[in-house]
Design a protein around this ligand. Structure first.
Ligand SMILES: Nc1ncnc2c1ncn2[C@@H]1O[C@H](COP(=O)(O)OP(=O)(O)O)[C@@H](O)[C@H]1O
Ligand SMILES: [Mg+2]
Length: 243
């Protein structure tokens, strides 16, 4: 897939929790049409970066630009209206609402005329959700909840989809289904994806480009293929894993 122009540009971002600096000058860019993976150990700051894009917590230094607009200090709801959507770590579906109600929650008021069409697209991507349409979110399996979390994000018709650890805690077969769906979205709809994963092997295989984060800074970047082949990456994130 040939990459288009820059869609998300993160420059020198520093984010704190109180006095603790979790991000220490992060530079990451995502171009239109790419799948970009951010890998790193637990506690590296991956989720903090995802959340900083949405403004909670807020970047104390640096800039975040989306589609040419500086969103660093925009309120979170305005950032969402720029058509950035996320499936957060832990999925965060609404457990007492049905599958359909969860999808309704993801649709933005600006797009209600597309609602039926968009729901159908989600069900085509994840037929399992259609079978569970009236079931409460909390009764779904982990994999189904992850599908619902991604489906709900897609209902916002995003230009950029942020995924935080979509494979966490799922069986290998389900992980493959989720990663296949992400590849499909990118290939058929040209959707741009920024993916955070501890599953470095799966993420780098899927990604156009990748970044490695250690202790709140990016230490390496390159094509998914190059990072997969890199001895340092292999030693730190892949040895002993599935590859
Ligand atoms: N709400 C919070 N309050 C204080 N520290 C936090 C909070 N969330 C995360 N941290 C700390 O920030 C660092 C980065 O965490 P996180 O972004 O969750 O890493 P990752 O997603 O890569 O596992 C860790 O040291 C973590 O303990
Ligand atoms: Mg995390």
């Amino acid at each position: 897939m040939t990459a288009g122009k820059s869609l998300l540009d993160i420059r020198g971002v520093e984010t704190y929790y109180g006095n603790i600096r979790a991000l220490n000058g992060v530079d990451v860019s995502v171009n239109e049409g790419e799948i970009v993976a951010l890998i790193g150990a637990n506690g590296a700051g991956k989720s903090t970066l995802m959340m900083t894009i949405f403004g909670t917590p807020r970047a104390r230094r640096g800039t975040i630009t989306f589609a040419g607009t500086d969103i660093t200090d925009l309120p979170t709801h305005e950032i969402a209206r720029m058509r950035i959507a996320q499936s957060p770590e832990g999925r965060r579906i609404f457990p007492r609402m049905t599958v359909m109600e969860n999808l309704q929650m993801g649709a933005s008021l600006d797009n209600l005329k597309f609602f039926d069409e968009d729901v159908e697209k989600v069900f085509t991507l994840f037929p399992r959700l259609k079978e569970r349409i009236a079931q409460r979110g909390g009764t779904l399996s982990g994999g189904e909840q992850q599908m619902l979390s991604i489906g709900r994000a897609l209902m916002a018709r995003p230009k950029l989809l942020l995924l935080d650890e979509p494979s966490l805690g799922l069986a290998p077969l389900i992980v493959k289904q989720i990663f296949d769906a992400i590849r499909e979205l990118n290939r058929t709809q040209g959707l741009t994806v920024f993916l955070v994963e501890q599953n470095a092997f799966g993420a780098l295989k899927l990604a156009t480009r990748g970044y490695v984060m250690v202790n709140g800074v990016v230490t390496m970047s390159g094509t998914g293929k190059d990072l997969l082949a890199d001895p340092e990456v292999r030693a730190a994130y892949l040895e002993g894993g599935r590859h």
